[in-house]
Ligand binder design. Sequence first.
Ligand code: PMP
Length: 364
Amino acid sequence: MSQQTRAYNFNPGPAALPLEVLQQAQEQFVDFQGIGMSIMEISHRSKQYEQVNDEAQALMKELLGIPSGYEVLFLQGGASTQFAMIPMNLLQAGTSAGYVLTGTWSDKAYKEAKLIGTAYAAASGQENGFTRIPGQEELTIQADTAYVHITSNETVAGSQFMQYPDTGSVPLIGDLSSDIMCRPVDVSQFGLIYAGAQKNLGPSGVTIVIIREDLLQNTPKHLPTMLRYDTHVKGKSLYNTPPVYSVYMVNLVLQWIKQIGGLAKMEQLNQIKTKLIYDAIDQSGGFYRGLVDPSSRSLMNITFALQNEELEARFFKESENNGFVGLKGHRDVGHMRASTYNAVPYESCKALAEFMKDFQKKNG
Ligand code: PMP
């Protein structure tokens, strides 16, 4: 199959994967490295799988420029399990956690933390309907704060931090599920980064956690083994049977990013792609309306509205008839959303921008 015959996939997650990666996985599917078996049929303690695990960890470190003193883990349970594991491991009695509220996903993380301990809103975009990421001056960090949590990219609202908050000596925790590897990141700003793989890194089933070693020191003794970060650090992410195929696919996607030229190049490509669609919105004279303030617009999820529901329904139907997939906005927000993750090709974005202009001509 060539890129021309693939769908214009704008799904929010699970999302598009690079065609080259899918083809490589297909080639190796039945017989991995000449062993006469697939990677799914061998022990996770085999030297073949160990190599995949080590390579994926090394590539994460290389591409993100992770400094020494951090561990990279491959865990299960999705980013949603991290919403609980973070306060379980890091929120000691007598401390509280600050959450920067920017939309659906930060709110979920916040609610989960409140089930476990004391959490407060360190800043909130609720008043402006989550159309803008709060700035540094809007941040309040209380005394005895164990960590401050942010959602780097709000997948539903379509907003993204352009600059991460400075939290001083308080560890910053980042949910990068929907924008990890879309641009360079200074990992040293964070105590912990986590991301479900199924948008920018591979299929679902594995969640990446990057944790600074000093945060492993005060894990409460009563925590169940599987929910402790130190278990997975000691076990090199092989404490129990890992999601072998997902990690294998992540390794291939990381190789693909490296081959393209790394994260600075990825960001450049993402900017070119998203500009096509944001320009179609901004130059439409109000026919399309972006849902997020331009200062906080996401490189990964472009949200926009048309003038009324009837027009939106027509837009969606016609987009489907023209080979576009996944453009309906999330049920929390409605309207339209085009998810333009790393693996969504330039051609798909160009086709969407042209479709938008054409639709406006016919319906404007
Ligand atoms: N955080 C963000 C920013 C997300 O977009 C998502 C999934 N859409 C999640 C967390 C939850 O991820 P998972 O389904 O892996 O639990």
